[in-house]
Design a protein around this ligand. Structure first.
Ligand code: LLP
Length: 422
């Protein structure tokens, strides 16, 4: 459930008409709902109420500091994958002891900065990374808490570009080698093993792959404990999918996911960490765009929007579906039209939808892309020299710009000419 609903014939974000925000900030823009963010975080938090746990928001999905602050206020930790994310989390007020550091390519400099600033744990993904972290920690006279990310060789049954738990993927160490690698870690004075980490992919719409992976983690926990390792914490990654279309079958709920964790891992008495991103932020955000032209092609009509693939890359990159709805509520009995919905960028990949049924629209009409809160703004770029679009946060009847639209001057002035070209 989200808080973007039609009221009195107009789409609202919580208690604010979306058209009112569009008039104030211009289009296109991203718009987030505080109530939806908080609600989704709480669903996970409550689903793990049966044990000691921390829900670490995967901030790669939405990293605006205002969003992080909303979630941190609700009790969230953060899952970061770069020191840039780490510093953003800190700037948003998240303490180091609630930040976990994931990612296959952490550099020595990133490790140093996180160790100095305080960190809950590093999720280590390879032996060379482990050796580097050991060295960095020792050089700082400290000990780095770690889990080791294991690759369970499980098919997450999701889009190939976002599956991470098969042996051919670059992530983690093969679970078959885990004992050997944990033994190596135990011998390194700069490291303290605290647990196991696993993450098998994103936008999972079934529980079975999680179950297969978590069963393997349960077996590994017992094995490692028998070998003398102190496994007290299990980081189970993120990945629970969201409904991208209202007509689709709904993916499992956080409560069902929490129950699955309890069933497969509850008996081990470990502290549980999870790293959901999309399920917290995805349906908590929309992208609002305006029709520039309605263009009649030979055999189809094009809706040319002011938003483009540089603003929301998911359809071009993953063939992802986003519901696109008019800001004015469609009325029953209205004759639907069919459009190819495209942006102004100079390549055919700049297509959001083909042959999409919509009510008849005209130039200047507003539309909203639903489920755009995760991997939307964070993946945007300035391709075609289009300034990054603003982000806006709603809380009940108030809204605020949480990242302004840069002026053309600001965008252009970031380039510098070398002296020989001046
Ligand atoms: N933890 C780790 C280690 C991850 O790699 C990811 C996502 C997450 C947690 C959060 O997964 P979530 O709960 O959001 O599914 N750009 C793609 C998604 C990439 C996901 C990458 N890793 C998209 O737009 O679909």
């Amino acid at each position: 459930m989200d808080h973007f609903l039609y009221r009195n014939g107009a789409l609202h974000a919580e208690d604010v008409p979306v058209a009112e925000i569009a008039a104030a900030v211009g289009t296109p823009f991203y718009l987030y709902s505080t109530a939806t963010l908080t609600r989704h975080f709480k669903l996970f938090d409550e689903a793990l109420d049966w044990t000691d746990h921390l829900v670490c928001f995967a901030m790669k999905s939405a990293s605006n500091q205002a969003i992080l602050r909303v979630l941190a206020n609700a009790g969230a930790g953060m899952d970061v994958v770069s020191v840039g994310e780490y510093l953003r989390a800190k700037a948003a007020g998240v303490p180091g002891e609630k930040i976990v550091f994931s990612g296959v390519g952490k550099t020595a400099e990133e490790m140093r900065m996180a160790l100095e600033g305080g960190i809950r744990q590093f999720n280590v993904e390879s032996e060379p990374e482990m050796a580097m972290l050991d060295q960095v920690a020792q050089s700082l006279g400290t000990v780095a808490p770690i889990t080791i990310r294991v690759n369970p060789d499980v098919d997450a049954k999701t889009h190939a570009k976002i599956a991470t738990g098969k042996s051919e993927n670059k992530f983690g160490i093969p679970i078959s080698r885990a004992c050997e690698v944990y033994a190596m870690a135990a011998r390194m004075p700069g490291l303290r093993v605290v647990g196991i980490d696993v993450h098998i992919g994103s936008q999972l719409t079934e529980l079975a792959p999680f179950e297969a992976a978590y069963q393997k983690v349960a077996e590994l926990t017992e094995l490692l404990r028998a070998e003398g390792h102190d496994i007290t914490r299990l980081d189970l990654g993120g990945g629970l999918g969201i409904p991208y279309t209202r007509s689709n079958e709904a993916p499992p709920l956080p409560t069902e996911y929490g129950a699955l964790i309890q069933r497969t891992l509850g008996h081990l008495g470990c502290e549980i960490e999870i790293e959901p991103g999309r399920l917290i932020s995805g349906n908590a955000g929309i992208m609002v765009s305006k029709v520039i032209y309605v263009k009649s092609g030979e055999d189809r009509d094009f809706l040319i929007l002011d938003g483009a693939m540089n603003d929301l890359i998911r359809p071009a990159m993953y063939d992802a579906w986003h519901d696109i709805v008019p800001i004015i509520e469609p009325q029953p009995g209205q004759e639907p039209a069919k459009y190819d919905i495209v942006g102004p960028i100079c390549e055919s990949g700049d297509t959001f939808a083909k042959g999409r049924e919509m009510p008849q629209l005209r130039a200047d009409d507003l539309v909203a892309f639903r489920s755009a809160g995760a991997y939307g703004a964070v993946m945007s770029s300035e391709y075609n020299s289009r300034p990054m679009i603003p982000e806006v946060l709603v809380d009940k009847d108030q809204f605020a710009v949480i990242r302004p639209r840069p002026t053309y001057e600001e965008m252009i002035s970031r380039d510098t000419l070398p002296s020989w070209l001046e």
